[in-house]
Design a protein around this ligand. Structure first.
Ligand SMILES: [Zn+2]
Length: 373
């Protein structure tokens, strides 16, 4: 456990508890500029191969494990066990760089879980993918009531973990940080502390993609890509819009999801935006009637939709971080298909072992990256 001397809450701004039902007055717009690309480019073929690994069963498993806790309320006695579960999951995927970012808020010692997949390049601004693992009931003060939070936000954490699984053995040139926050429902406690931690360390980000409530689609089964329009800092808006276009294009190329663009609001990207970071989000925007209630359970989620959202996340991560996006020949792309993801099997050994073959291939890719464009 951390001591009060190595964690601090001094200087952190206060946000009210978020409510996704209260939208800012920015109209939702359908994506018009996105055109389905002709398939067959080397990078898109490679990306399709990785995206095809996304497993509905793994997503269900992840949601089931998270919703099995009576509550994931940040003030509950269970919150530490939830953080431990998320850490275990990353470790079982073969990741070793797992950092538990402890912080104090309201006299509580709390944790964010940060799993870093190292990139091969020396100049490195990580791409951060995040989701909050806490849940709540109608009454935010009730830390003991049943609060399964399947859509809000086991769905986001499930997709975070599944993206981490299918990307586990890919060689990337840029770091990817998979981050699970606590304290979102109280007003972005964990994300505020972590944004401050990065800012204080002078750590820049390539961008941040937030995953919140992506299991209950609207009727048109669209995904809302949330981007930064105004808010605290003005000069990160253009880059956010560009990032949103990349997400929309990834959706067009690798999913069946129509894209709508909406504003960022009511989730963990806000404290990062306030520090100048470039942020975007995915949100189903399905007006989930089970929001913050005991009815927010696994059975109400659309797992096929979550598969598509995970593919969108994976394709976007590869677009931003893969050397294959620029460098590789047909032969080299073909060789990447020999990579193995951690195999799937149900329950206890769901994520075990990595094929030793991938180590040799990894070495080859390192050489290609070292040789440059
Ligand atoms: Zn949420």
């Amino acid at each position: 456990m951390p001591t009060a001397s190595n964690v601090s809450e001094i200087g952190l701004e206060v946000y009210p508890p978020p409510d996704k039902r209260v939208r800012p007055k920015v109209p939702l717009v359908a994506a018009k500029t996105v055109v389905r690309k002709a398939t067959g480019s080397l990078f898109e073929t490679y990306t399709a191969g990785v995206a095809a690994r996304v497993s509905r069963e793994a997503l269900r498993h992840n949601v089931d494990e998270l919703t099995a806790f009576n509550t994931r309320h940040t003030r509950s006695a269970l919150i530490g066990a939830v953080a431990a579960l998320v850490q275990d999951r990353f470790r079982q995927l073969g990741y070793s760089d797992i950092f538990v970012h402890d912080y104090v808020r309201d006299n509580l010692m709390l944790s964010n879980v940060v799993c870093t997949k190292k990139g091969e390049s020396i100049s490195n601004e990580p791409l951060l993918i995040c989701a909050h693992y806490d849940s709540r009931m109608e009454n935010l003060e009730d830390a003991a009531a049943l609060a399964p939070g399947a859509d809000d936000n086991a769905s986001g954490v499930a997709v975070l973990l599944e993206a981490a699984r299918v990307l586990a053995c890919e060689v990337l040139i840029r770091d990817v940080q998979f981050v699970a926050f606590s304290g979102e429902e109280q007003g972005y406690w964990g994300s505020t502390a972590y944004a401050e931690h990065l800012k204080a360390g002078g750590i820049r980000l390539r961008g941040l993609l937030n995953l919140d409530q992506i299991g209950y689609p609207p009727q048109d089964r669209s995904i809302t890509v949330e981007r930064d329009i105004g808010n605290q800092i003005a000069d990160n808006d253009v880059a956010s819009e560009q990032f949103a276009q990349i997400l929309a294009q990834a959706a067009a190329n690798h999913t069946t999801l129509p894209v709508r663009f909406g504003p960022i609001y009511g989730s963990d990207y806000m404290p990062f935006e306030a520090r100048g970071y470039v942020v975007a989000g995915t949100y189903a925007n399905g007006n989930n009637p089970n929001y913050h209630s005991t009815r927010d359970t696994t059975e109400t989620l659309d797992l096929d939709y979550m598969v598509e959202v995970t593919r969108l996340v994976v394709a976007s991560v590869l677009h931003e971080t893969s050397p294959l996006a620029r460098l590789l020949s047909v032969r080299e792309v073909a060789s990447t298909y020999l990579y193995k993801v951690p195999p799937l099997s149900i329950r206890t050994d769901i994520y075990s072992g990595i094929d030793p073959q991938q180590r040799t291939l990894k070495e080859r890719l390192r050489e290609i990256i070292a040789a440059g464009p």
